[in-house]
Unconditional design. Sequence first.
Length: 444
Amino acid sequence: MKLTMHGAGYVGLVTGACLAEVGNDVLCVDVDQRKIDLLNNGGIPIYEPGLTELVRRNEEAGRLQFTTDIEAGVRHGAVQFIAVGTPPDEDGSADLQHVLAVAGNIGRWMDDYKIIVDKSTVPVGTADQVAAVVREALAEQGRAVDFDVVSNPEFLKEGAAVGDFMKPDRIVVGTNSERAAKLLRRVYQPFSRNHDKLILMDVRSAELTKYAANGLLATKISFMNELANLAELYDADIEKVRIGIGSDPRIGYSFIYPGCGYGGSCFPKDVRALSRSAEQIGYQAELIEAVEAINNRQKEQLFTKIASHFGAAITDKTIALWGLAFKPNTDDMREAPSRSVMESIWAAGGSVRAYDPQAREEARHIYGERADLTLCDSADAALDGADALVVVTEWQEFRSPDFDAIKARLSEPVIFDGRNVYDPATMRELGITYYSIGRGAVVA
Ligand SMILES: NC(=O)c1ccc[n+]([C@@H]2O[C@H](COP(=O)([O-])OP(=O)(O)OC[C@H]3O[C@@H](n4cnc5c(N)ncnc54)[C@H](O)[C@@H]3O)[C@@H](O)[C@H]2O)c1
């Protein structure tokens, strides 16, 4: 099938490449000339495991192409996927300008039946807005062409996006059109080999399903972080509590890790957008608001511990920071907890030596050159001349470091662990002062 992907970011590029992999002829359109040039010259703009090989293989097979030519994009696909960003606007609502710009483009150039598939995460009612914009663009030219707008939220996880797309848990399709449902069933049939993954529903329920999923996952994290803070006050160990509750199959082990707050391109903005869109229809989503407030507070936890350890001396301290990306296996730093920690250290007068296996370029892009940030090429190099180590992202390579080398390189053996990757008893044996989340401090 001929498919068009509007937006070649984390979602659009992965989705486009995976749809090409199963034999479709996919054209990815993006307004970012730099990104398209890079893709057309053999580069990949993001780090995502397995993506480079997938993109190259399908490009070489002639099934995957990249362009900034919007008209060509609209003419190409019978199915037009919208996978552009929906960042928060000033009040936290989802900013729909990119989604509606694509809708306008589709209306301007389409000359036969199109299925417009909203993959971006958008508030309930957006499909109606997309349809209105397409109709308006057609009307401006005095034309009437048939189309359907479908909601098809994406559930892939950065860091495991290719696998998630190729082997989805479920594919949610929201449409009231039988014609659109039939075509999308064909598009997704290759990803439903062992059983039918497609869950068909009405458009609004599909739009809400995405916010429900991210809202619930964020709620689990904030709940655990709230409990972690209580555990510290009660002198209990949140990791024991986690195992004690995770073993209950009604609760399960996933998304109950205490830490220094969730970040990324989805949870923070989706939680915020859900409460703002509730507000707009006159409903106060108190639980969701609390989830956001707890997370904002949690992102301050690591710095609070650093500040209380060093006191006023923080002004001339250098902190080694391991992990810039908002989670392992990605280079994405959108709303990453590392940013809150670094910015607080800088505001207090300290400086940072940071290392991340993939996100250094992204950090350079965000912060540019500054005297109080050194981006290091290795975890060890980040420790040189530093006064303490902060672990913000639980990359595999940080899980079992050479603690003797850490002690030798740091001016003072102190670790602040925002992901509870180390064992307090081991830290005590090694003579390392150790602060983690929801567990008592170890003072060497
Ligand atoms: N990143 C994730 O893990 C994830 C997962 C599920 C859903 N989502 C949702 O998917 C959407 C896209 O997220 P992302 O992380 O891929 O964003 P992104 O910022 O990585 O990519 C968006 C791309 O859209 C392009 N774009 C903007 N306006 C355009 C236009 N008019 N025409 C063509 N291209 C245009 C941008 O240049 C950019 O390359 C968001 O709504 C997000 O909430 C993201």
